[in-house]
Design a protein around this ligand. Structure first.
Ligand code: ZN
Length: 243
């Protein structure tokens, strides 16, 4: 079975389309949240997602905020401006779709999914081995998939030596997994690891493999739409730098 693992699409339809064209066949789609926020295409992205087969999707902090379920004061001014624009732009049908998604993560087979972390599914960033260690105690499955940091990486727990490593796996290669690990597919729509290519992963639960992937997309066309919509210039610039 091939599972397409997506996260942090952030209303970037061009990046999502590039990923879908690159991914080949897949049986299920697991989406780790932040479907909207930052980018110019919230409605198109939600509609494209809704068409995908066997979609399992959870909410991220930007989705929760756009639904009006969170005080926007916690976001920086540019992110807040973009969220207000998105909240205004998203159609009722698409808002309704988001409203029905879970925000506390979910379990599929031997995988726990959370936007931020299993300990704090909406907000916590897992950026170092210390925070990863605390979170290994918060899920019971072999693997946990998270997004939120926009960094494609793996935290691996060596149970025999009780050590945690942070690994950046070579993209576009298939890696064999062994329990236990916290895996981040990276961000489809706004990568922040200085590689501007769109990031995602293919997970095979039968073979226990993980293939982190990167694919180029037409960044300039997204930057143009961000500017046309009057969204913050910073959100256009960062796409070509990958931060
Ligand atoms: Zn995000």
């Amino acid at each position: 079975m091939r599972v397409l693992v997506l996260s942090d699409i952030h209303a970037n339809l061009t990046a999502l389309n590039a990923v879908l064209a690159d991914a080949g066949n897949f049986d299920e789609v697991w989406c780790l949240g932040d479907v909207i926020g930052y980018g110019p295409d919230p409605n198109d992205v939600i509609e494209r997602l809704r068409e995908l087969p066997n979609l399992n999707c959870i909410l991220g902090n930007h989705d929760v905020a756009a639904l009006g379920m969170m005080n926007l004061a916690v976001f920086n001014p540019e992110a807040r401006k973009s969220l207000l624009w998105q909240a205004k732009s998203v159609s009722d049908a698409n808002l309704n779709f988001l409203q029905n998604l879970p925000q506390n993560g979910m379990v599929r087979g031997d995988v726990t999914m959370a936007h931020g972390s299993p300990r704090d599914p909406v907000w916590e960033y897992i950026l170092n081995t210390l925070v990863a260690r605390l979170n290994f105690e918060e899920f019971a499955t072999s693997y946990c998939f998270v997004g939120h940091s926009h960094i494609q990486c793996m935290f691996k727990l060596d149970m025999r030596r009780d050590r945690i490593s942070l690994d950046v796996l070579k993209p576009n290669h298939v890696h064999k997994l062994t329990p236990r690990a916290i895996l981040n597919p990276g961000s489809v729509g706004q990568p922040r690891d200085r590689d501007p290519r769109s990031a995602y992963a293919i997970f095979d639960p039968d073979e226990q493999t993980w293939e982190p992937r990167r694919v180029e997309y037409d960044i300039e066309s997204v930057q143009k739409r961000i500017r046309e919509a009057g969204l913050p210039e910073k959100h256009a610039l960062r796409l070509s730098e990958g931060w």
